[in-house]
Design a protein around this ligand. Structure first.
Ligand code: PLP
Length: 400
């Protein structure tokens, strides 16, 4: 038996391992110090009350024969699919319930969805990127074209019609850069995908953080997207489901490739490879979309937003280049004085005990940049921002 030899081509991800090693070593040497952890991609606030209440109710349902649920439909509870379709409708996106698939989260889907495409595909990944895009395609044996993003385009690259690809990843709001694709940029990518017959995988994990009216939350707000895009979404960051696990994937019925219908193929895939998301979790997830749930999750998001505002104020005052923060829980700053991203990481850890994420870990063009997450506690964020300002002013480390 020969296993999938593509695993040999995976690069070890040293990013979070190195961060953990460096912070551990620092704390061993300085046990009295408190670290200000501004690198975390996980949420810190709990599930909101509306969700907790529904989860409790669902547990009770499972205790009694009249309300007990066994296997759920593989593609999702019909009621939840309807609820999610109605959520899109509020923004003018019309979906049928059968176009919404309830999932256990975006990571699972980002990997599994490659089942639809067969072997030896060419995949376009804009970098810096969420590392799972690259790894899932290395495992699948696909050819990856890395499209570098940079300051010159605000970390929002535009399509190059001379490049051919089968699959295009777009993440907006973006992890790690926090940049968002506006309507024109998304339209250009949709037109390009339709022209070259490619498929867009649109990762909307951070859509709930968008605050500017004109920024699309969904690729399906763009003309032509129903012919070329799949949207993968998650309740992880929207509603604190990182440990509870629920998300959804939208596949329009219009998408045909090679005479095959991708929505139908995904129904076949799900009915073969999953037995659905648990009844209890789907009940809890349904509360996210209730009026009360929406209010509560947005109150929580506001707490993260205040963290972001606090960091952005400091960067603005210092005149440091950054993107993100406004429509995303991440701020992507340029390291001062031409420092490398690991150099800046070590410097902040040593001097002010602030831990962020070196941009280089998200692809080569992330070198020289640094990611702050806004998911930490408000107290730690305030103190980290204060320390950053004092340090960079004192050392006059603001010129590039
Ligand atoms: N997509 C992006 C861009 C993310 O940053 C993350 C998690 O950090 C995910 C997907 C995964 O989300 P989930 O928790 O639903 O698997």
């Amino acid at each position: 038996m020969i296993p999938n030899m593509n695993y040999r081509n995976l690069k070890d991800s040293y990013l979070f391992y190195n961060i953990a090693q460096k912070t551990k070593a620092y704390l061993e040497e300085h046990p009295e110090k408190h670290l200000y952890r501004m690198g975390i991609g996980d949420v810190s606030l709990p599930l909101c009350d509306a969700v907790i209440q529904k989860l409790h109710e669902a547990v009770e349902d499972q205790a009694s024969q009249d309300t007990f649920h066994g296997y759920m439909p593989e593609c999702g509870d019909p009621q939840l699919r309807k609820t999610i379709a109605a959520y899109y409708q509020k923004r003018g996106v019309v979906l049928s319930d059968e176009e919404v698939f309830v999932s256990s989260g975006a990571s699972d889907e980002l990997g599994d969805i490659l089942d639809l495409f067969g072997k030896e595909k060419t995949v376009l990944i804009m970098e810096p990127a969420y590392p799972a895009y690259v790894d899932a395609n290395v495992i699948a044996g696909n050819t990856i074209i890395h499209i570098p993003a940079g300051e010159e385009n605000g970390f929002v690259p535009m399509p190059d019609f001379s490049i051919m690809a089968d699959i295009i990843y777009i993440c907006s709001p973006n992890n790690p850069t926090g940049a968002v694709f506006n309507r024109e940029a998304l339209q250009a990518w949709v037109d390009y995908a339709n022209q070259i017959n490619a498929l867009i995988l649109f990762d909307a994990a951070y859509e709930a953080f968008i605050e500017e009216e004109e920024i699309p939350h969904s690729i399906f707000e763009i003309d032509g997207a129903r012919n070329c895009a799949i949207e993968i979404c998650s309740l992880s960051k929207t509603a604190g489901f990182t440990g509870t696990r629920c998300g959804y994937t939208v596949i329009p019925k219009e998408i045909f490739r090679g005479g095959m219908n991708l929505n139908q193929m995904w129904v076949r895939n799900r009915t073969t490879k999953t037995n659905g998301v648990s009844y209890i979790i789907q009940k809890g997830a349904s509360a996210v979309f209730s009026e009360e749930g929406q209010k509560q999750i947005h109150d929580y998001i506001q707490i993260y937003k205040k963290n972001g505002a606090c960091l952005m104020d400091v960067l603005d005052r210092l005149g440091i280049w950054y993107c993100g923060g406004k429509n995303a829980p991440y701020i992507w700053m340029k390291c001062p004085n031409g420092m490398g991203s690991w150099e800046f990481f070590d410097y902040l850890l040593r001097e002010i005990q602030v831990v962020g994420t070196p941009g280089e870990g998200f692809g080569a063009c992330g070198e020289g940049y640094f990611r702050f997450s806004t998911f930490g506690s408000p107290e730690d964020t305030k103190e980290a921002a204060r320390r950053l300002e004092v340090l960079l002013r004192k050392k006059k480390l603001i010129t590039y």
